[in-house]
Design a protein around this ligand. Structure first.
Ligand SMILES: [Zn+2]
Length: 68
């Protein structure tokens, strides 16, 4: 278990920089609160792109298109 002496680092999912995995790193696996929020924002964006969610809007738009 000699590898425990080396600091464990992970890649920040947002900016891909090295983040040292320490108890005091509040935003791990992110390097900062900013990167954490950016990632959360992307998740929310992806959530909105779920086909089931946008289907209702699409139906209304195509409905309108067909009746033109
Ligand atoms: Zn980052």
């Amino acid at each position: 278990m000699t590898s425990l002496k080396a600091p464990l680092t992970v890649k920040c999912p947002t900016c891909k920089c090295d983040v040292v995995w320490r108890p005091e790193s509040l935003f791990k696996p992110f390097c900062s609160d900013r990167c954490r929020l950016i990632d959360l924002g992307e998740w929310i964006m992806e959530d909105k792109r779920i086909p089931g969610e946008t289907l209702e809007i699409d139906i209304n738009e195509t409905d309108d298109f067909f009746y033109q």
